[in-house]
Write a protein that binds this ligand. Structure first.
Ligand code: S3P
Length: 436
């Protein structure tokens, strides 16, 4: 349980560098492991989810040295992975699970994957079905969930698969399997999703082509380890940006935040809502990054539909919070994937924000949010992350605008993606009080 900061009168101020991107950090371990030579990763995100990835790779025979945000991976190549001695514990991490299922499906051994309660409810057939078509075998629960035993097949067939869901995790699992098949595989996306795997595969020397929504991967590449600096996580930066937009008097800059166009939909959405947000000093590399400046703003309602969703999928709880303070009715549709995240984020966002005074109506595939509604303390003065890191941080941002004492239950979930969240938030708040 954590007592949240409330009643922030002087706003958020100053500069901050948020921790490394979670999606890119996971992938840096995976590609480092399957390459030859060393991969040195800086500004790695040392959060619970990424530590699950490190531990899993150590358990399958990959030497990984880790000190805070610097990681050194001694690559073993695709043919150097070893059978784990015990089940691999994925913790809460959907990305570790799905990407590892793809990778292990081409290996000459079996492995069992387990996870925590939340992860053990999440759908896995979306990866095991296409991987079975390629020749791997899986034992999974009747509901298609963890625990799963993957029986790898070193003679995987090339894949040709139109993805039925817009999911970067599923796409990435298939790319990792395709790397182990002879010849070319084709994966056709339903909608463009984050392309960190494609970019990193190229950076490590792999052969992958994209034409529209069609991705072609050549199997059995020779990948070479390299140095890699992870940009700041835009999904973490998003919490402070939202806080600055909501708390009067705020002006903050977040340094070197990843602005990959398949991930930065939040910035476009904010501009459409009328937010004062600026992107400065962009650096265009394999993964582009820039400094983001946000200032407290009047917001207006927007409509988000299916084509908008993949680029903002993790930011939708925050967009819902911002919409409670925007003029008009915000409509979010085509977002049923939110129901199979760490929690059912449609129900949890609706319930938690409505008890703070929001007027949100749940839709099967989204939400209708009526704004602006002043937020107030709930009767029992408690909100609950329900074990979902992004819900916990969104509620901590909501609290900044309230008066009185508010407790956050299950706050420890926040370390899944942002262990230093509260101290970074305190830093931005403290700078506010120094300057004014
Ligand atoms: C991720 C993809 C998204 C996202 C998750 C991370 C990734 O999940 O929500 O936080 O790193 O590939 P889906 O692929 O299930 O949409």
């Amino acid at each position: 349980m954590k007592i949240l900061r409330t009643n922030i009168r002087k706003g958020l101020h100053g500069e901050l560098r948020v921790p490394g991107d979670k999606s890119i950090s996971h992938r840096s371990i995976i590609f480092g492991a399957i390459s030859s030579g060393e991969t040195e990763v800086t500004h790695f995100l040392p959060s619970d989810d990424c530590l699950s990835t490190i531990r899993a790779f150590q358990a399958i025979g990959v030497p990984v040295e880790h000190t805070h945000d610097r990681v050194l991976i001694h690559g073993v190549t695709l043919s150097g992975l070893q059978a784990p001695r015990r089940p691999l514990n994925m913790g809460n991490s959907g990305t570790t699970t799905r990407l590892l299922l793809g990778l292990l499906s081409g290996q000459p051994f079996s492995a069992q994957l387990t996870g925590d309660q939340s992860l053990s409810r999440r759908p896995m057939r979306r990866v095991t079905d296409p991987l079975s078509e390629a020749g791997a075998r899986f034992d999974l629960t009747e509901g298609g969930t963890l625990p799963i035993t993957v029986h790898g097949n070193p003679n995987l067939r090339p894949i040709r698969y139109p993805l039925p869901v817009a999911s970067a995790q599923v796409k990435s699992a298939l790319i990792l399997a395709a790397l182990q098949a002879d010849g070319k595989s084709t994966i056709i996306e339903k909608q463009q999703t984050r392309d960190h795997t494609e970019r990193m595969l190229k950076a490590f020397g792999g052969d992958i082509e994209q034409s529209g929504l069609t991705i072609t991967v050549t199997g059995k590449p020779h990948l070479t380890g390299r140095k890699l600096a992870v940009p700041g996580d835009i999904s973490s930066a998003a919490f402070f940006i939202a806080a600055a937009l909501l708390v009067p008097g705020s002006l903050i800059t977040l340094k070197q935040v990843g602005i990959n166009p398949t991930r930065s939909g939040f910035l476009d959405v904010l501009k459409r809502m009328g937010a004062d947000i600026q992107v400065k000093h962009p650096v265009h590399q394999a993964e582009a990054f820039a400094d983001l400046t946000a200032r407290c703003s009047e917001l207006r309602a927007i409509r988000l539909s299916r084509p908008d969703i993949p680029a903002v999928i993790d930011e939708l709880p925050l967009i819902a919070l911002l919409a409670t303070q925007a003029q008009g009715v915000t409509e979010i549709t085509g977002a049923e994937e939110l129901r199979v995240k760490e929690t059912d984020r449609i129900t949890v966002v609706t319930e938690e924000l409505n008890q703070l005074g929001a007027r949100i109506t749940e839709l099967p595939d989204g939400m209708l949010i009526h704004g602006p509604t002043p937020l107030h303390l709930p009767e029992d003065q408690k909100v609950d992350s329900h074990g979902d890191h992004r819900i916990g941080m969104m509620l901590a941002v909501a609290a900044l605008t309230l008066k009185g004492e508010l407790k956050l239950l299950n706050d420890s979930a926040i370390s899944i993606s942002y262990p230093g969240f509260f101290s970074d938030l305190d830093q931005l708040i403290a700078k506010g009080s120094v300057r004014l």
